[in-house]
Structures are given as structure tokens and as C-alpha cells.
Design a protein around this ligand. Structure first.
Ligand code: TYM
Length: 332
């Protein structure tokens, strides 16, 4: 079956609603139909300063959340990036194929380095997308399930795969982004023109899945909409309402048209009250399951150990091929 690979940075503590609806939810679905590899991107995490104890705790917490969300280690390979040294090794080769200007044009780098200042931004942050390229190509992934904000990194992956294959002969599968239109970008509840994110959202605009459900309900109920009263999906003119409809529709399976009909003549309050309840119903068992996994570190470790072993088997084979293609003399 076709292969997918994706990753998430294990640094944020709680996943937010954008991570879940934009990516993790698709990962859960794709493990049924694809040979799926999912990764805690701890190498990416240290491109900005991390406290070591916090990084360790957050990596466990992120693993527990992925399992709580429905990843099944019998159906997918779940592993930690730093457990597979081939990521850093292939990244070096890919760095040598990437233009300096090409890397400079990556928008996430430009945003993050602008926020930090040129002298504080690390070279690791600069070369972050190239490490992501290596992540994907090592597994010969056909598709990469992510949110819209990762599209440019997948484009770079395609370019570098083509470049390598052109220069050294067919080696890497050229992957496609797997981005669902409806959930490609989940918006901030207070400013529905920006994406929900740990760094840009205010606390009220950001739904953390592990928040106290009461807090979550409150945030949904105070979401910014517009001065109109009609519940209609219209991203241009009604971004706030459209975002709420998207979240409702994805969590309940109800179609957008069906929801527009259901809420016809009712105010925004009705939609928000229902959605608050839906969110609480989703988040409560999610929190409980996450805690259960955290309480059982031995199971967690053994899942990650098996995952690393499976991942390394694939990654080592691809790296050996790539090393051979570039002309490295094999160690005898
Ligand atoms: P990260 O950790 O920032 O985010 C994890 C996933 O969540 C998606 N996402 C969103 N989707 C919709 N709406 C939002 N508001 C929203 N916010 C976040 C992201 O698009 C992402 O899919 N560089 C990656 C991690 C990574 C990776 C990889 C991904 C490392 N190696 C290889 C794919 C393949 C990142 O920082 O994601």
C-alpha cells in the first residue's frame, strides 16, 4: 500500500485544535489505508531554544496525545526523529543540494527569524525545511498529510527529490502534499483572519485540547463572529462563522449545508452553545486517554522502541542508496 509520512513538533505541550483537525485527524484515518509513518520531530524542536527537561516531558506528552487521538501502534509506525540518526545524515546531503537563496525564501523561516532577530535565529532554523525534506524522502513517502502552512516545505521536498533524481539517477519517490481543503487552515477564534497557532494566537483565540473543558467551552462561546446574524459558510465575508461551521462539521460529520439549514433563523448563540458542547464531548475523553498513557511510561517507551526499530529499517536502506548514488565509498 502507498506510504505516508508526517511529523509534529513535540514542544507545545497541549496540541491545539488546528494541529488536530489540520493534521492528526487525517493521520488516524490514513493508518487504515496506508503504510503510515508518524514522527515526533524533536530535531526540529531544538531549532529554537528548549529547556531539556521540558523537551523530554513534552515529547512524552505529545506521544501520549497522538495515541489518545487514535494512532494505533499496530497500524502505524510511531517514532521519535532523534531515535533514527539517518534523518540528520540525509539532511546533510540535502543541504548540499539546496541553494542558499532557495532556503532564504522559505516563508516560515522568514517569519520566525524576523520575530527572533537575525543574530538570535540559529542556522538550524535556516536549514529546518531541508531536515523536513530528509524526513519525507527517507521513507519514500507518496503523500504527506499536513496543514496548509506546511505546503511550501512539501514543494521544496518535491524540488529536491527531482534534483537529486536528475543528478544521480532515480532514488527518491517524489511526494505529494495531502491537505484537506476543509481543514487546511483552522483559524484563531478571536481573529479569524489568522491561523490558530501557539505563537500568534492570544490565549482566548487558541483551543488547547488538554485545557479544562470549562475553559474551552468559554472560549468557543466568546468566539469573534460578525455584526450580521446569518449562519452561512462564507470565508471571505464571514470568516469567524465559517471557522465555527468547519469545526462543527468535522467533529460531528454533519455537512456544512446541513448545518446552515439546521441553524437557519437561529442566532450565533445557538451555534456557539452547541459547538461548545461538542468540543467538551470531544476533549474530555481525549484528556483522560492522554493521562492514561502518561501514567504508563513503560508502554509508551516500548511503543517508541518498536517504532524506532521499524523506522530505522526503512531509513537505513534509503540512506545507503543515497550515499552510494552521491559517490561515497562504502565502509568495508
Ligand atoms: P507543527 O508541529 O507546527 O504542526 C503539526 C501539524 O499541524 C498542522 N497545523 C494546522 N493545520 C490547520 N490549521 C492550523 N491552524 C494548524 N496549525 C498547525 C501543521 O500544518 C502540521 O501538519 N514542520 C512540521 C513538522 C514536521 C513534518 C516533517 C511534517 C517535521 N518533519 C515531515 C511533515 C513531514 C511542523 O512544525 O508542524
Amino acid at each position: 500500500s502507498p506510504r505516508v509520512l508526517s511529523g509534529i513538533q513535540p514542544t507545545a505541550g497541549s496540541f491545539h485544535l488546528g494541529n488536530y483537525l489540520g493534521a492528526v485527524r487525517q493521520w488516524v484515518a490514513l493508518q487504515e489505508t496506508h503504510d503510515a509513518f508518524y514522527m515526533l520531530a524533536d530535531l526540529h524542536a531544538i531549532t529554537v531554544m528548549q529547556d531539556p527537561a521540558e523537551l523530554r516531558a513534552n515529547t512524552r506528552l505529545a506521544t501520549a496525545q497522538l495515541l489518545a487521538a487514535g494512532l494505533d501502534p499496530e497500524r502505524c509506525t510511531l517514532f521519535i526523529q532523534s531515535h533514527v540518526p539517518e534523518h540528520a545524515q540525509l539532511a546533510w546531503v540535502m543541504n548540499c543540494l539546496t541553494g542558499f537563496g532557495e532556503a532564504s525564501r522559505m516563508t516560515q523561516f522568514k517569519d520566525k527569524s524576523a520575530r527572533q532577530g537575525a543574530d538570535r535565529a540559529s542556522v538550524g532554523l535556516f536549514t529546518y525545511p531541508v531536515l523536513q525534506v530528509a524526513d519525507i524522502l527517507l521513507y519514500q513517502a507518496h503523500e504527506v498529510p499536513v496543514g496548509e502552512d506546511q505546503r511550501q516545505h512539501i514543494e521544496l521536498t518535491r524540488d529536491l527529490a527531482d534534483r537529486f533524481n536528475g543528478r544521480f539517477g532515480p532514488t527518491f519517490t517524489v511526494p505529494k502534499p495531502y491537505i484537506l481543503k476543509e481543514t487546511a487552515k483552522i483559524y484563531d477564534l478571536q481573529d479569524p483572519t489568522i491561523k490558530m497557532s501557539k505563537s500568534a494566537s492570544t490565549p482566548k483565540g487558541l483551543i488547547n485540547l488538554l485545557d479544562d473543558p470549562k475553559v474551552t467551552a468559554k472560549k468557543v462561546k466568546s468566539a469573534v463572529t460578525d455584526t450580521d446574524t446569518v449562519i452561512r459558510y462564507d470565508v471571505e465575508n464571514k470568516p469567524g462563522v465559517s471557522n465555527l461551521l468547519t469545526v462543527h462539521s468535522t467533529l460531528t460529520g454533519a455537512g456544512i449545508a446541513e448545518l446552515e439549514e439546521r441553524y437557519a433563523g437561529k442566532g450565533y448563540g445557538a451555534l456557539k452553545t452547541d459547538l461548545a458542547e461538542i468540543m467538551v464531548e470531544f476533549a474530555t475523553p481525549f484528556r483522560e486517554r492522554t493521562q492514561q498513557y502518561l501514567d504508563d511510561p513503560e508502554t509508551l517507551d516500548s511503543i517508541l522502541a518498536k517504532g524506532a526499530e521499524k523506522a530505522r529499517a526503512v531509513a537505513a536502506e534509503t540512506l545507503a542508496l543515497a550515499y552510494d548514488r552521491v559517490g561515497f565509498l562504502p565502509a568495508k
